[in-house]
Ligand binder design. Structure first.
Ligand code: PRX
Length: 633
């Protein structure tokens, strides 16, 4: 395969080229794709507005690069291996040819149901091949998909539908997840009561659950594809036409729709996949993420399929029906590259080594980590017991907004260092800045992580609100993209990500804004005010700790706490449910009325030996009460 770096000197060489002549570098990479019309200019940009155009005026369809470009060479090759939730259900292997035909068939069905180029389509589906087909068919017809993780509540789903004014929702009757059977169609029905833009709902029959089908709006997937042609002419997309919107949490309450466009995302998701995982033609690759997150988009679907890879999709959860399920799947399919999150590693580590015993894991060549800083203990366990000490472990740092992996070892090529994402990929120019935005040069420096030059798969805007994009990412340090993360460059020049420096938590690898959780808590009628912080959690990385001022009249603490947790579950979803709720009579505030979160974080972490300067507090007396209430010995 083209564009693959094969040695350490090759990496340094490519990196230098990408920095000194970025346009030449990316045009050479992009040339290996199929463009209906070539670009006039590789890159035009400014970070002030911001305005970023990659492969300007080029025309393409990303699915032609997955299918038509590869069919001669590997039409019969397996594109997707699907492993169901239930071990007794049959796994499915779908070849590139079959995936192509089914994508075309569904593309025709979408068009027959009125979907046109530019329409937004929400995908709220389980991890089944049809979810991949749904994404690819949207891309084929030029519709903009927005996948919503199927664990989100009806109101979170409604917010996303309303924000992008979606015309259609693709869903299933129910979802299997571990021992649970989740009635997702009912969630969609509830969401649609709060929305007006959706004209059609397409329902895939997965669990045979009894569902309400609203006449004139709801249609069965199997019925709309009936009789549709398995050939389809791909829409011609401009390189900067929207490919998808993916909602993510920020430090303010409302999730933002991160916009990715077609040409640049295609080039970078494929390039980064190939190089980080060092995928070889006959390898079996498995990423355990859900398609509801960016990792699922870039490294289950687009990156692997653009590379002609065999990508495994797993419907279930790591511990069902037993805690050896991941290891069983690796042996069953002889998985070569395995990519998962530290929270899953820590959860499985807690089961000890017994679940590993029946499994050899000898097929593994590369193991990867994503989503949050991987602590050294988990790194070593993963490296020693899963990678058997001889697989490179790629700790990949990136974000929904970056579209693809930014900082990571290239497996077996650039060195591994525990808990370090290490070096940037070619084309990526990360810098560390101090609080004034001055670049900190050299090694042994720590500060805020920014990127000073565009890369092809970067965020273009936040849907419907360009100012928000500018304010969030391009205004803190003018002329740079600000990641929201802290980082350190160590004495060897390797980058280590230190975690968020804004009010965003990372719970089990999921991003969650403190303000979003606070807004949900405040919906409870008895709540007067709340403040949410993250705290270290053995399995989740960070847990959610909520301090809440309530009107307690006639209520017991225990019942209120349970109701508050339940309110968050209903408004956002189970992933946002606070681990700890502490009822307090006041919150530590400065004279200007700002909550001093630093103190709340310390109390939540049970580390109150040095609370720092509290002299600017308006109400220092609440601190003792909060510490006492937190049961800190
Ligand atoms: O804080 C960083 C953390 O996850 C954030 C991005 O979250 P999200 O957009 O949901 O994307 C997750 C999957 C790419 C980052 O700002 N993060 C992600 N990967 C790492 C990480 N922190 C440390 N090390 C990583 N490898």
């Amino acid at each position: 395969m083209n564009n693959k770096i094969r040695s350490l000197s090759g990496y340094f060489h490519e990196y230098q080229k990408s920095i000194h002549q970025p346009e030449k570098f990316w045009s050479r990479i992009a040339e290996s794709f199929y463009w209906q019309k070539p670009w006039d200019k590789v890159l035009s940009w400014n970070f002030k507005d911001p305005e970023i155009h990659w492969f300007k005026n080029a025309k393409l369809n990303i699915t032609e690069n997955i299918f038509e470009r590869h069919l001669f060479t590997h039409g019969d090759k397996t594109a997707i291996i699907w492993e169901p939730n239930d071990i007794n259900e049959k796994a499915i292997h779908i070849s590139y040819k079959e995936l192509f035909e089914r994508t075309c068939q569904f593309s025709n069905a979408l068009e027959a149901q009125g979907i046109e180029k530019g329409d937004r389509v929400i995908i709220y589906m389980p991890m089944i091949p049809e979810a991949a087909i749904a994404m690819l068919a949207c891309a084929r017809v030029g519709a903009v998909h927005s996948v919503v993780f199927a664990g989100f509540s009806s109101s979170a789903l409604a917010d996303r539908i309303n924000d992008c004014k979606a015309k259609m929702v693709l869903t299933s009757d129910g979802n299997y997840r571990g021992a649970k059977n989740i009635p997702v169609k009912a969630v969609v029905d509830e969401a649609l009561e709060k929305t007006t833009s959706v004209e059609k709902v397409i329902v895939y029959k997965r669990t045979d659950a009894k569902v309400q089908m609203k006449s004139g709006r709801d249609l069965w997937w199997h019925e709309i594809i009936e009789g549709q042609n398995i050939k389809h002419n791909a829409a011609s997309m401009d390189s900067e036409d929207l490919l998808f919107i993916l909602y993510t949490s920020g430090s303010t309450g409302k999730p933002k729709g991160v916009v990715h466009t077609t040409g640049g995302y295609m080039v970078y998701s494929q390039y980064s996949f190939l190089n980080v995982f060092q995928y070889e033609q006959n390898d079996i690759y498995w990423c355990t993420a859900d398609i509801g997150w960016i990792t699922g988009h870039s490294y289950i679907i687009y990156g692997p399929l653009l590379s002609g890879a065999t990508t495994l999709m797993f419907e279930g959860v790591p511990t069902y029906p037993h805690p050896g399920r991941f290891w069983e799947i690796i042996d069953k399919y002889k998985v070569n590259q395995f990519y998962t999150a530290p929270t899953a590693i820590r959860a499985l580590q807690a089961h000890g080594l017994e679940p590993l015993e029946p499994h050899s894991l000898e097929s593994l060549k590369v193991i990867g980590s994503v989503g949050e800083p991987i602590n050294e203990e988990a790194w070593h366990w993963y490296h020693d017991h899963i990678g058997k000490g001889n697989c490179p472990l790629v700790d990949t740092w990136w974000q929904t907004e970056t579209g693809g992996i930014m900082i990571s070892a290239l497996a077996g090529i650039t060195p591994n260092k525990p808990a370090h994402a290490s070096l940037p990929l070619p084309g990526i120019q990360p810098i560390i800045v101090d609080s004034e935005g001055n670049e900190l040069i050299g090694n042994n420096v720590e500060g805020n992580l920014c990127v000073k030059y565009p890369w092809p798969s970067m965020i273009r805007t936040t849907y419907g609100d360009h100012k928000r994009c500018k304010d969030t990412y391009f205004s803190t340090y003018p002329g740079m993209y600000f990641t929201g993360d802290g980082a350190k460059r160590d004495h060897d020049g390797y980058l280590r990500i230190l975690g968020r420096v804004d009010d965003v938590m990372n719970v089990s690898g999921h991003r969650m804004g403190t303000a979003e959780v606070e807004n949900a808590i405040n919906e409870h009628p008895k709540v007067i005010e709340s403040a949410v912080v993250g705290y270290p959690h053995d399995i989740k990385g960070q847990g959610i700790y909520a301090y809440v001022i309530c009107d307690m009249e006639g209520r017991s603490e225990e019942s209120l706490i349970e109701e508050i947790k339940d309110t968050v579950r209903k408004i956002i979803g189970p992933i946002a449910k606070p681990d700890q709720v502490q009822i307090v009579s006041g919150l530590p505030k400065t004279r200007s009325g700002k909550i001093m979160r630093r103190i709340l974080r310390k109390v939540a972490s049970k580390d109150v030996s040095n609370l720092g300067d509290t002299s600017t507090l308006l109400n220092p007396e609440v601190i003792d009460e909060i510490i006492k209430g937190a049961n800190i010995k």
